[in-house]
Design a protein around this ligand. Structure first.
Ligand code: GRG
Length: 292
């Protein structure tokens, strides 16, 4: 999607600037960790979450790109989660975003540390963002840390890895998805509202994000079954090989496709209630039809 790519490019440029703080001069002995961070951050990726942060901020009045660093911070957290998700102790994937996964390129020790360092740097970036008030920074840090923690993404990953091979009930699957994938997507939309100081719009942002987040994960599951491995940039059929419960595995592939369509319609209908929401609606529809 051309407009998504254009916006992703802006995020990429700011990410590069933010990562340029680690240099031969100030980090000579630990530069390998910074290189592993940069490698995974710049390995591609659709940049959906940071673009959502920026778009929610723009819709609600941020005309100066005040949300750019928060958006980058969220992408750092997302990249940390992908690095750790690929580790041998998790999904043990050799490929990510079409390239060797971080531990394949830098070793398991560096992948672990690069993920940890990205997570920490994300909070540092928000805390240091002088385009935002102290109140906004604290609210952003709280929102993000909750979304990442045991009640959010890490909690979802815990349920995921601890239920491999077990009979899965539908309710637990949906709970796991809302934590593992939904929490960060919801956080993206809420962070945009915080950057624009439109706290009154958080409930509507959450309503949109809940529908999008579940649709996004269901499409991710469907792609694991139907996608072209080259295009996807990671191995296909990995869920089935790991004996993981997924939406298609529990409900069937056709039901999964139908549910993703319904959720997308729901998200679009919420987005249409926002001012100047053309891009957001198009992005939401594009994410249903994506092939990677
Ligand atoms: C803390 C040890 C430790 C591990 C953390 C929390 C965690 C491991 C992993 C997160 C779980 C995870 C990877 C969820 C999947 C979410 C998902 C659909 C990822 C793919 O997102 P895209 O399609 O990827 O946006 P790109 O590559 O485009 O950014």
């Amino acid at each position: 999607m051309v407009e998504l790519d254009r916006r992703a490019e802006l995020i990429n440029r700011r990410l590069e600037e933010l990562m340029s703080v680690y240099t031969e001069e100030n980090a000579a002995h630990q530069l390998i960790c910074a290189e592993a961070m940069k490698y995974s951050l710049s390995a591609g990726g659709k940049r959906v979450r940071p673009v959502l942060v920026m778009e929610f901020a723009r819709i609600w009045g941020d005309s100066e790109g005040k949300a750019a660093d928060s958006a980058c911070a969220l992408e750092m957290i997302h990249t940390f989660s992908l690095i750790h998700d690929d580790l041998p102790c998790m999904d043990d994937d050799d490929l990510r975003r079409g390239k060797p996964s971080c531990h394949k390129k830098f070793g398991e020790d560096m992948a672990l540390l690069a993920g940890d360092a990205l997570e920490n740097y994300a909070f540092d970036v928000i805390a240091s963002d002088d385009k935002l008030s102290f109140e906004q920074r604290v609210k952003l840090i709280k929102c993000l840390s909750e979304a990442v923690g045991v009640m959010g993404m890490i909690g979802g990953q815990t349920v995921d890895v601890r239920n491999v091979g077990k009979p899965f009930d539908a309710e637990l699957l949906l709970k796991m998805y809302s934590m593992k994938t939904g929490a960060l997507i919801k956080c993206a939309c809420v962070m945009g509202c915080i950057c624009a100081e439109r706290y009154d719009m958080i409930p509507a942002a959450e309503e949109y994000a809940e529908a999008l987040g579940l649709a996004f994960q269901i499409v991710d599951d469907i792609l694991d079954i139907t996608a072209d491995e080259k295009k996807l940039g990671k191995p296909v059929h990995s869920d089935a090989e790991l004996n993981k419960a997924t939406y298609p595995a529990v409900f069937g592939l056709e039901a999964a496709k139908l549910r993703a369509e319904e959720l997308t319609e729901k998200a679009v209908s919420v987005a249409e209630g926002f001012p100047d929401s053309g891009f957001l609606s198009e992005l939401t529809k594009y994410l249903l039809k994506r092939d990677y």
